[in-house]
Design a protein around this ligand. Structure first.
Ligand code: GLY
Ligand code: MN
Ligand code: MN
Length: 428
């Protein structure tokens, strides 16, 4: 759980970064239409949530910076008995004032009036120019002569790069639920079922554990479907003798997990599947072993590409001189994606990878990233030995960078061939 004092600390940190005599505004997310008059479940804007922990829509957070002092104002929806009957309780101004450690709380009907007061004697504005909120246009109109400063979102994203201890706890909780889901998938007798049935088993664990939902649409890809990197149709049969790639993670208390396991439908890896699988696994373990403060993600990427390329040469998938293959990026055909990404409130946490001078940011204690090498051999690729065709494998874990090295937050989700086979004890 994140205390109100931590949200306040984040607002204080951001407030200090704003220039003197400026205004900063960030809006809550809006509902999005699913079709006609139905809406997707509401999810708060990640940056707004990071600064407030407030889950309601129609809200705004304003920073008013005069000289060096910063005041914060939160705008909330007013109480409305009739609307609350339909859509649920609102916190309201009075309770919001009690809960949030902001300087002022107003109802959002007063936004324009208050905003006009705030901007007196100010000369610059920080706001999310990409926000879908219609209010952005309104505030830009009111601040026509203002200098539009560095996007406030950029400043928040930088702060989100390093996770606090309470954030790490929440990520661990999210991973723990996802671990149960993958374990359920491994134990399940999958023979004769469809990908969506397996997806339902996984998401059952998410929902059962009070997780908000999936942090991204689950990928349940059997056989050759796994070679489509973001396959989400999940409508094909689970065929005996094939592998299923499951890339699924829940979001719990607004923190994501992002885990991939690739497991045999009938509980046993074939020899060619095992050869490819172990190459990906050894690569993943070696890359995780390299993680410590000071290391660059690019080096992790290169190490993965080198290991996978050497392994593919040994298996007869790639032919030729190792250095030349790497130079000509021949491995990209079979391993086309990155080694991993930041993870936090968003599954692809949008914290920066490069600094203001475009230098790569080295790993630091408190960062959380995924490590997810893979190999994808299309069923129609005639240049590859037949036994490997139609197999797609990815193994993905969530890693915390620590002072000395790293902690694999999902290491308890089994991934060795023998461990996976032992869990799938339905085959005989
Ligand atoms: N689940 C998408 C990814 O692994 O990045
Ligand atoms: Mn990922
Ligand atoms: Mn993933």
């Amino acid at each position: 759980m994140i205390q109100e004092s931590e949200y306040k600390k984040r607002r204080d940190t951001l407030g200090k970064k704003l220039s003197n005599n400026s205004i900063g505004v960030i809006f809550s997310a809006e509902y999005t239409t699913r079709s006609h008059d139905t809406q997707h479940p509401y999810r708060q804007n990640s940056n707004f949530y990071y600064l407030t922990g407030f889950k309601e829509d129609n809200a705004a957070l304003v920073f008013i910076k005069k000289k060096k002092s910063v005041k914060t104002a939160l705008f909330v929806q007013k109480k409305d008995e009739l609307l609350e009957l339909w859509t649920g309780e609102r916190l309201g101004k009075k309770e919001a004032k009690k809960r949030f450690l902001v300087d002022m709380v107003y109802v959002n009907d007063d936004f324009k009036k208050r905003f006009k007061e705030f901007i007196k004697d100010k000369n610059s504005l920080y706001c999310d120019l990409n926000s879908k909120s219609g209010d952005v246009k309104k505030i830009l109109k009111l601040t026509k002569n203002f200098e539009i400063k560095e996007d406030i979102i950029k400043l928040i994203r930088k702060m989100r790069l390093i996770k606090s201890l309470s954030e790490i706890e929440l990520i661990k909780e999210s991973v723990a639920i996802t671990a149960k889901a993958h374990e359920r998938a491994m134990k399940l007798d999958k023979r004769g079922k469809y990908e969506y049935e397996l997806q339902a088993e996984i998401e059952h664990e998410f929902k059962k554990s009070a997780a908000y939902s999936d942090a991204y649409t689950s990928i349940v890809a059997c056989g050759n479907s796994a070679n489509t990197l973001h396959y989400i149709k999940n409508d094909q049969p689970l065929n005996d003798g094939e592998l299923v790639l499951i890339d699924a993670g829940c979001e719990h208390n607004y923190y994501a997990s992002d885990i991939t396991r690739t497991i045999p439908i009938d509980g046993k890896f074939s020899q060619p599947q095992k050869e490819l699988y172990n190459l990906v696994l050894e690569t993943q373990l070696a890359v995780i072993d390299m993680i410590k403060p000071g290391v660059m993600r690019t080096h992790l990427q290169e190490a993965a590409e080198e290991m996978l390329t050497k392994g593919m040469i040994a298996l007869g998938i790639l032919k030729g001189d190792y250095k030349r293959l790497i130079k000509e990026k021949k491995h990209k055909k079979y391993y086309p994606h990155g080694i991993g990404h930041w993870m936090g409130i968003d599954v692809h946490d949008p914290a920066p990878y490069r600094d203001a001078k475009n230098r790569e940011i080295p790993l630091k204690e408190g960062m959380v990233l995924t490590i997810e090498p893979g190999l994808y051999i299309d069923k129609n690729d005639k240049t590859v030995p037949k036994k490997y065709r139609g197999i797609g494998i990815r193994i993905e874990d969530d890693i915390l960078v620590t002072r000395e090295g790293c902690e694999n937050l999902s290491s308890h989700i089994v991934k060795k061939v023998q461990e996976i086979e032992a869990l799938a004890n339905f085959y005989s």
